[in-house]
Design a protein around this ligand. Structure first.
Ligand SMILES: *Cc1c(COP(=O)(O)O)cnc(C)c1O
Length: 395
């Protein structure tokens, strides 16, 4: 066998695979482990979307339904994305040049690195952050420079602290709000500052908006494309995965700067052949229904909000000063006093309560001192897990 590439050395196991392995090991020994680790909705995709998939897949009059999904003129999905942007953010997009469908947004988040990064180039990535931003840079044999997020700045990067040698080599600037894992939310002022910064240093902003429609307490999350002229320096990634509980369907999009969208579409044309057409039709349906009446996602939001409140209250009973997030599917909490780091606390919970949480240190040292709980588990699982945690902590 030949020697694996240098990329594979850099890659290592995906963060959640490593945690999953430990959970599987305990389960194999017969322990009933409850995982609160991964952000993958337990609730079903709303019926009208599933029914549209069935309709589209069985539509014998659509002779092209099983053909490659990348070929025009199947523009129903990009048009639906543009309609959603107009309705949701008041942003106009040309479905032909400013929208590219993705096989889940993770796919595009990894591939945009190939469009811009050569060896020696840098992507600015938030830490803690979704691992794929940095992984994309490594796959391109470029580098990720970690911008530490700090609680005193509401978990936003301090652009002024990035060294000028780094900025000279930087091409991409990754942002993600509502944020995973910190659940932090921002307003348009922060996006305006980021756009200004990107213009000054010739960067392409890649904003990951996976949780833009999972918000609570009346908070409405903005799009970076709402900033005037943002399209000159920014693209935004979106996904049906989280708001419509469609993670396994693999459908999302990138929108914004036409040059960047074209490059991403070119990479994709060369290595994949699009999304299964009936899934594109069902995805379009999801957005069309949303545009008519956003209450289609209300039951999902209410479910997560109920779980959020339950977990926050349980942690506060343990005297952990946790904030109730205004968005995302996560509780990002300080570890309790008496533990030296997040790995120690996560191991304690796994071994003493058989509950898996994600240690903040797994996202890099800036995540140290925190842990993440995902709200994508049933009410019963969350209730039992929190009870076990309270018991293990001596309550
Ligand atoms: C879940 C998630 C995504 C990716 O979702 P897809 O299923 O690939 O569309 C992207 N970014 C963040 C921050 C996520 O948590």
């Amino acid at each position: 066998m030949p020697k694996p590439s240098q990329r594979m050395d850099k890659l290592g196991p995906y963060l959640f695979s490593a945690i999953g392995a430990k959970v599987r090991e305990l389960k194999a020994k017969g322990f009933k482990v409850l995982s609160l680790g991964i952000g993958d909705p337990d609730v079903p995709t709303p019926d009208p979307i599933v029914l549209e998939l069935i309709r589209a897949v069985t539509d014998v009059n659509d002779h092209d339904r099983f053909r490659y999904g990348s070929d025009w003129p199947l523009d129903v999905f990009p048009k639906a994305v543009a309609q959603y942007y107009r309705k949701r953010f008041g942003v106009e997009l040309d479905p032909n040049s400013e929208v590219v469908p993705l096989i889940g947004s993770k796919e595009g988040i990894a591939h945009i690195a190939l469009c811009y990064l050569d060896p020696g180039d840098i992507a600015l990535v938030p830490e803690p952050g979704y691992p794929v931003y940095k992984i994309g840079s490594l796959l391109a044999l470029a580098e990720g420079y970690s911008m530490p997020l700090r609680p005193e700045r509401n978990w936003t990067p301090d652009f002024s602290s990035i060294p000028s040698e780094v900025l000279k080599r930087a091409k991409l600037l990754w942002l993600n709000y509502p944020n995973n894992p910190t659940a932090s939310c921002v307003n348009l002022e922060f996006f305006a500052e980021a756009v200004e910064f990107a213009r000054e240093y010739g960067l392409l902003i890649c904003h990951d908006a996976a949780y833009v429609d999972i918000t609570y307490d009346g908070y409405v999350a903005p799009s970076i494309l709402q900033i005037p002229k943002a399209k000159e320096v920014a693209i935004e990634f979106g996904s049906l995965s989280k708001p419509f509980a469609m993670t396994g369907w693999r459908i999302g999009w990138a929108v914004g700067n036409a040059e960047a969208i074209k490059l991403l579409a070119t990479v994709k044309d060369n290595i994949d052949s699009g999304i299964f057409r009936p899934i594109q039709r069902a995805g379009a349906k999801a957005l069309q229904i949303w545009c008519q009446d956003p209450s289609i996602v209300q039951p999902l939001i209410e479910t997560y909000q109920r779980r959020r409140d339950f977990v926050v209250n349980a942690l506060r009973r343990l005297e952990i000063p946790v904030q109730a997030p205004k968005g995302s599917l996560y509780i990002w909490s300080p570890i309790p006093q008496g533990f030296t780091n997040s790995q120690e606390f996560a191991t304690f919970l796994l071994e003493r309560a058989y509950v898996a949480v994600t240690p903040g240190g797994g996202y890099g040292s800036a995540g140290e001192g925190y842990f993440r709980i995902s709200l994508t588990y049933s009410d019963d699982v969350i209730a039992e897990a929190m009870e076990r945690i309270e018991r293990a902590m001596g309550r």
